[in-house]
Ligand binder design. Structure first.
Ligand code: ADP
Ligand code: NI
Length: 217
């Protein structure tokens, strides 16, 4: 199978697997991350086959929906790529990227070893901020039955992935615990520029939110 066929088959597999998701990992999230990755990758000397496969498969199975099993994503991607008989070095690179991708808390570093990984991480994080990021956060909070905001609950900076994962606070806290931190954790220049605009949009949203909450607007 050539590379284009592998990409096409993977698109079909991902669409089928994620059909019906409404908690932030539907096919359109994957498609946006894929497009972001292609855009960011254009200015870099990266192996775009690895970038595309990792972008397409990065949320194929999420620990949040599989009892906290953080290996479920890498394992599912590995099985798929082996089935397609993708070259071993490419498979292990894609799986490594998927394993290292996620945000794990304000005080937990999430280093990426390769340029390809940095591109996919940036692409995924761009989709967690800005107008779409706001929409996804509230969709996820609703799915989890969380409050929009609770002024009595201050946000926390998590020191471990476990502490971050088990946090169950109001959705507004998620902005301080993750979303507003992402612009300074972008790897590539292209993503840094895009993130700045999206960050400003979230900041304006929060200002307006508090103004309405307090009856000032
Ligand atoms: P990503 O696909 O960007 O790696 P995640 O898998 O961590 O993101 O989460 C999916 C979406 O749900 C993201 O937009 C993320 O910001 C949002 N989300 C994750 N955890 C929370 C939370 N505790 N409260 C609100 N939104 C959340
Ligand atoms: Ni994602």
């Amino acid at each position: 199978m050539n590379k284009a066929e592998i990409i096409q088959k993977t698109v079909g597999y991902v669409k089928e697997t994620l059909a019906g998701d409404s908690a932030g990992h539907d096919w359109y999230h994957i498609e946006r991350v894929w497009k972001n990755a292609l855009l960011i990758g254009r200015g870099e000397q990266a192996d775009m086959f690895v970038v595309e496969l990792a972008a397409l498969l990065h949320d194929i199975a999420d620990h949040k929906f599989h009892g906290g099993d953080t290996e479920i994503g890498p394992r599912t991607a590995l099985a798929w790529l082996e089935k397609l008989e993708v070259e071993e070095a490419i498979v292990s690179h894609v799986v490594e990227i998927i394993r290292s991708l996620s945000f794990k808390g304000a005080n937990v570093p999430t280093p990426m070893r390769t340029l390809e990984g940095m591109i996919v991480q940036d692409a995924d994080r761009l989709d967690a901020i800005g107008a779409i990021g706001i929409a996804r956060a509230f969709a996820y909070g609703g799915y989890k039955g969380r409050m929009l905001y609770d002024p009595k609950m201050p946000p926390e900076a998590h020191d471990s992935f476990d502490a971050y994962k088990s946090s169950n606070t109001a959705t507004i806290n998620h902005f301080y615990e993750k979303l507003l931190l992402l612009k300074d954790r972008m790897n590539t220049e292209t993503a840094k520029k895009l993130a700045a605009g999206r960050h400003a949009h979230m900041q304006a949203f929060l200002d307006q939110f508090y103004a309405e909450w307090e009856g000032r607007a």
